[in-house]
Design a protein around this ligand. Structure first.
Ligand code: RP5
Length: 173
């Protein structure tokens, strides 16, 4: 991607990639330039600090953080910037993502992290939410989001019609 990235996606480990790629796909779908890398709140605190504290002057507008286990990445990022932070809890341990969800969502007053659902749906929504934030100052993006919602609704209508047809075939009603 050659254009100036507007969204920065950080993940705590490369093992988070299969989930976090959903955020990248959503941004790509709307044509939002992004960058993506690995940095851990615990294993590489200095790298994380460097990335986040330089994000605004490098032109990034929104940051997305994906992490599992004792997921402090999003909160640590929120401490270093006034850019909005969207957090994606990842199911990486025997606690099935509940650990990451609680670590991310229970931020103290004054330190917001917009926490998404656990896993792939959350990562996809993080990409869409970042797009919605950018669309506040970008009419073209705002129009793309309207089309997206219209198409999604049309998809549901289509599924409902198919399901109702099947019901009629299977049960005669
Ligand atoms: C977290 O620990 C990462 O975000 C990842 O979800 C989890 C496990 O990391 P690895 O041990 O797979 O590197 O920091």
């Amino acid at each position: 991607m050659n254009k100036q990235p507007l969204v920065g996606i950080l993940m705590g480990s490369d093992s988070d990639y299969d989930i976090m790629v959903e955020a990248a796909k959503a941004l790509d779908q709307f044509g939002v330039p992004f960058e993506m890398t690995v940095s851990s709140a615990h294993r590489t605190p200095e790298r994380t600090s460097r990335y986040v504290s330089s994000a605004k002057k490098r032109g990034l507008k929104v940051l997305i953080a994906g992490a599992g286990a004792a997921a402090h990445l999003a909160g640590v990022m929120a401490a270093e910037t006034t850019l909005p932070i969207i957090g994606v809890p990842i199911d990486a341990t025997s606690l099935n993502g509940m650990d990451a969800l609680l670590a991310m969502v229970q931020m103290p007053a004054g330190m917001p992290v917009a926490t998404m659902a656990v896993g792939k749906a959350g990562a996809r929504n993080a990409g869409i939410l970042a797009t919605q934030m950018l669309a506040l100052a970008d009419d073209t993006l705002a129009e793309k989001l309207v089309t997206f919602k219209v198409e999604m609704a049309a998809g549901v209508e289509k599924k409902a019609a198919a399901l109702e047809k099947r019901l009629a075939e299977d049960f005669g009603n």
